[in-house]
Design a protein around this ligand. Sequence first.
Ligand code: GAR
Length: 202
Amino acid sequence: MNLRRIDPGKKRVAILISGRGSNMQALIQAAKAAGYPAEIVGVFSNKLDAPGLDYARANGVPTAARSHKHFASREDFDAWIDAVLEDWQVDYVCLAGFMRIFSNGFARKWSGRMLNIHPSLLPLHKGLKPQQQALDAGDAESGCTVHWVIPDLDDGPTILQARVPILPGDDADSLAARILVQEHRAYPQALAMVARGEAVFP
Ligand code: GAR
């Protein structure tokens, strides 16, 4: 990991969600602290009824929502998201349960400025139902990974990982709940490292 301090000012961050938005809530709450190096300037959802949108609005964060179904192509939808992010003058984008794959052009443009969180110890168990994948593999531990986004799904250089044990009797729900507690700590911590210039895209 590179260690260098590049900018003492607060970075402007947008969060992209598709649903519940509990990681988004953790980021919004963390950013309320005076010394936190980033501010959340907008939340975008591809689901108009994502519960996370209500929470963002109630906390004074601007929101935008548009369904991908209204666009002829992935590129067209991504161009619309890109325009929203540019309008918000975003420095960094945090994907928080945003369940859409980006076009290569969008992923390339935001490369080095876009983070994702995934509930597994990547590179293990990419894609859907990673907690069940960990149980099926007989793993002794699992966790979450905050990583830089590259065009490949759930791949890209790791910023931070947090580990949890897999306990006898665990099912996907109990394991997901244990991992989620760590997600809510790891994502704000990773974003702070990025915003302070302590973690940089390699
Ligand atoms: C989180 O567990 C997140 O890690 C996962 O979706 C959940 C969203 O929950 N993301 C992925 O699986 C990405 N491949 P949230 O909406 O409550 O933050």
